[in-house]
Write a protein that binds this ligand. Structure first.
Ligand code: CO8
Length: 258
C-alpha cells in the first residue's frame, strides 16, 4: 500500500517505519504524503491506541531530501515546507500518544519529526542535529519553534547555529529525548511505554496531550482555563466512572474509549 513507509498494528500499538534506508530515510514529498495519509487514518482508527515512529536501517530520518530540495524553486520549496508542517502538526495534534524510537541519525527534518512526537526514546547510537545552516537554509519543518520549546532558547540557538551533531546522552541531558536505550532494546522499550500508556483511559490520555500542547503556548490564565475545559471533557467520560469505580472495587479498569 505504501512505498516509502511501513505500517503495522500489533495489540493496539501502531508502528510507522520510514523505509528509505538507501537514502537514510530522507523525507521527500512522497514520504511526507504517505506520512500524512497514515496519520490521518491512525487518527480515526479506534484499534490504534498508541503509535511508534522509527526508521529502517541506520537512520531514523537524516532530514528532508537534499537531492529533491536542490531541484526546487522557492515556490516548490515552500510547498514542500508546508507539507512538512502539515505532517508535523498532524502528529502533534492527534489525540493519541506518539513515541519516536530514534534508532540512528535524526537530523534536520528527522530531528523535527522526532520533536513533533510526544515522547522520544533514543538508541545509544542515535545522533541528533539541525545541520540546515550548513546547506544554506534554516530548519523548515518546525525546528526553530519546537527545539527552543524543548531545550530552551540558548541551547536551540547553539544547535541550530553551529549545526553540531550530538549523541543520545547529550540529547537526554538537554531534554531532547526522554530516555536512552541500548540499540537492541530500543523497540522493546518503546513498545513497553506504548503499552503502558495504551492501558490507561484513551480519552484522558488524548485530552492530557491536547491540554499540554495547547496550553503551553498560552498565558497562564488562558492555559488554566483551557485545562478546566479539557478536564471537564475527561470528567464527563464513561471511562472516568469506570476508572474510579475500578479503583474503589480494587479491580483492573476496563476502558472503552467513551
Ligand atoms: N537527503 C537525501 N539523501 C540523503 C540524505 C538527505 N537528507 N542523507 C543521506 N542521504 C543519502 C546520501 O546522499 C547517500 O546516497 P548515495 O548512497 O546515493 O550516495 C546515502 O543516503 C547514504 O548516505 P552517506 O553515504 O552520506 O552515509 P554516511 O553514513 O557517510 O553519513 C549522514 C550519514 C551523516 C546522515 C550523512 O548522510 C548526512 O550528513 N546526511 C545529510 C544530513 C542533513 O544535512 N540533513 C538535513 C537536511 S535539510 C532539512 O532536513 C531541512 C528540513 C526543512 C525542509 C524544508 C523543505 C523545503
Amino acid at each position: 500500500m505504501y512505498e516509502n513507509i511501513k505500517f503495522e498494528v500489533n495489540e493496539g500499538i501502531g508502528t510507522v517505519t520510514i523505509n528509505r534506508p538507501k537514502a537514510m530515510n530522507a523525507l521527500n514529498m512522497d514520504v511526507l504524503s504517505e506520512l500524512f495519509d497514515v496519520f490521518t487514518k491512525i487518527e480515526c482508527d479506534d484499534e490504534v491506541k498508541a503509535v511508534i515512529v522509527t526508521g529502517e536501517g541506520k537512520a531514523f530520518v537524516a532530514g528532508a531530501d537534499i537531492a529533491q530540495m536542490h531541484q526546487l524553486d522557492p515556490i516548490g520549496g515552500r510547498k514542500m515546507m508546508m507539507m512538512g508542517h502539515k505532517v508535523m502538526n498532524l502528529i502533534e495534534s492527534i489525540e493519541k500518544p506518539v513515541i519516536a524510537a530514534v534508532n540512528g541519525f535524526a537530523l534536520g527534518g528527522g530531528c523535527e519529526l522526532a520533536m513533533a512526537c510526544d515522547i522520544r526514546i533514543a538508541s545509544e547510537k542515535a545522533k541528533f542535529g539541525q545541520p540546515e545552516v550548513g546547506l544554506g537554509i534554516i530548519p523548515g519543518f518546525g525546528g526553530t519553534q519546537r527545539l527552543p520549546r524543548l531545550v530552551g532558547k540558548g541551547m536551540a540557538k547553539y544547535l541550530i547555529m553551529s549545526a553540531e551533531m550530538i549523541g543520545a546522552e547529550e540529547a537526554y541531558r538537554i531534554g531532547l529525548c526522554e530516555k536512552v536505550a541500548a540499540p537492541e532494546d530500543l523497540i522493546a522499550e518503546a513498545e513497553k511505554l506504548a503499552k503502558t500508556i495504551a492501558s490507561k483511559a484513551p480519552i484522558a490520555v488524548g485530552t492530557a496531550k491536547t491540554a499540554i500542547n495547547n496550553g503551553y503556548d498560552m498565558d497562564m490564565k488562558s492555559a488554566s482555563k483551557f485545562e478546566i475545559e479539557t478536564f471537564t471533557a475527561a470528567f464527563s467520560s464513561e471511562d472516568k466512572t469506570e476508572g474510579m469505580g475500578a479503583f474503589l472495587e480494587k479491580r483492573a479498569p476496563e476502558f472503552k474509549n467513551r
